[in-house]
Design a protein around this ligand. Structure first.
Ligand SMILES: NC(=O)c1ccc[n+]([C@@H]2O[C@H](COP(=O)([O-])OP(=O)(O)OC[C@H]3O[C@@H](n4cnc5c(N)ncnc54)[C@H](OP(=O)(O)O)[C@@H]3O)[C@@H](O)[C@H]2O)c1
Length: 107
């Protein structure tokens, strides 16, 4: 939705308050609290393997954030991905969800 110009994502809460979510850089204050916690979900494209998986795992260990991982591979067919998901699960409060993406868009 962030890349579109013809549509706007809108939330209304129970009181009828209208909110429009926007993407913005997260300000990191080196001397303040870490900005992610165990109430947050971190969505990481390509987070199942390689350097991105290591970064996601490190952030999850530090913050307790839940991980939502996107990639094309399936853990049943990819031992590196399966092992990384096991490592993430055993890292404590990180509970990874891996969602496969299609290689080609389908309609
Ligand atoms: N490794 C390093 O030390 C290092 C250092 C500096 C920069 N980099 C850069 O960091 C990136 C990752 O490197 P890597 O060595 O960690 O690679 P990698 O081991 O091949 O991991 C790539 C990850 O990206 C996912 N991926 C690949 N194509 C994708 C797509 N079209 N859509 C969504 N996910 C996709 C893969 O999952 P699926 O196969 O399941 O899609 C996998 O989880 C590269 O651009 C590399 O140049 C790496």
């Amino acid at each position: 939705m962030a890349a579109t110009t013809g549509f706007t994502e809108v939330d209304y809460d129970g009181d009828g308050t209208r909110r429009v979510p926007v993407l913005r850089p997260y300000a990191i204050n080196a001397s303040g609290d870490f900005p992610l916690g165990d109430d947050d979900v971190l969505v990481v494209t390509g987070g199942g393997k390689g350097i991105t998986a290591e970064c996601a795992l490190s952030l999850a260990k530090k913050s307790g954030v839940a991980l939502g991982l996107l990639g094309r591979s399936a853990p049943e067919d990819d031992e590196e991905l399966a092992e990384n998901l096991r490592r993430m699960e055993s890292a404590g409060s990180a509970s990874p969800t891996h969602a496969p993406m299609s290689r080609r868009p389908t309609r």
